[in-house]
Design a protein around this ligand. Structure first.
Ligand SMILES: Nc1ncnc2c1ncn2[C@@H]1O[C@H](COP(=O)(O)OP(=O)(O)OP(=O)(O)O)[C@@H](O)[C@H]1O
Ligand SMILES: [Mg+2]
Length: 221
């Protein structure tokens, strides 16, 4: 199995009581899957992506990547897994406002073997690939919402991830732009064989998945 989650629990201690953001979630993902995760607000979708991406500690449970266990309580191991395998796309793009499109993509690169110049060339190639060759030296505020999300997708590809995690990537876009971004994710999925795990509320976005997962109160139903 490419990615396997077993009995993941994420529990928050809150002064009003315990919250089980994830309550015994198990999920198997094949390489090249386009997984669509849906569920009501508060059902645990973002929590699930954060745990897969190594950005949040699970309370218990196990994760395996290509049969190898990833220690879910070890920050160094989670960082290494994230840097090597994961690209992250967020609803609000989260670009750095004072850096150009090229610089935003370049900053995300971890490969120490590339010189600065090689990094710049790679960033430009990625921006071309997502259809942003005409806006490479623009700042985020000089770009439309759809263009900003394309830059964020190029950034997510900066380290050749095997998995892209996308948390409502079209949540801030109108239907036409949403379709463009979803088509771009589909292209990444089919042409680069990148596995995609996408959270969405949109019915249109749901049709892009080959594996649909629905969360309800922290459980997969
Ligand atoms: N830091 C925290 N402390 C306590 N409870 C939290 C914390 N973060 C999240 N939660 C709770 O965990 C549950 C799951 O939150 P999560 O953000 O995963 O939901 P979601 O499905 O992504 O919702 P949305 O669709 O609104 O983004 C919610 O009930 C939320 O209140
Ligand atoms: Mg969320």
């Amino acid at each position: 199995m490419f990615l396997k989650l077993s009995n993941i629990v994420k529990e928050y201690q809150h002064k009003d009581g315990k919250i089980f953001a994830l309550n015994n979630v198990s999920l198997s993902v094949n390489e090249g899957d386009f997984v669509v995760v849906t569920g009501a607000s508060g059902s645990g979708k973002t929590t699930l992506l954060l745990i897969i991406g190594g950005l949040l500690y699970a309370s218990s449970g196990a994760m395996h990547f290509k049969e190898a266990p990833i220690k879910l309580d070890n920050g160094n191991e989670l960082d290494a897994f994230r840097n090597a395998q994961i690209g992250y796309i967020m609803q609000n793009f989260a670009l750095i406002p004072y850096l150009t499109a090229t610089e935003n993509v370049q900053l995300a690169m971890h490969n120490k073997k590339l010189s600065k110049q090689e990094q710049t060339i790679k960033a430009q190639e990625l921006l071309q690939w997502v259809g942003m060759e005409h806006r490479m030296n623009h700042l985020p505020k000089e770009l439309s919402a759809g263009q900003q999300q394309r830059v964020a997708i190029a950034r997510a590809l900066a380290n050749n991830p095997s998995i892209i995690l996308a948390d409502e990537p079209t949540g801030n876009l109108d239907p036409e732009l949403s379709k463009e971004i979803l088509d771009l994710l589909k292209k990444i999925n089919t042409e680069q064989k990148t596995t995609i795990i996408m959270v969405t509320h949109s019915d249109m976005a749901r049709t892009y998945g080959n594996h649909n997962v629905r969360l309800e109160k922290g459980k997969i139903i």
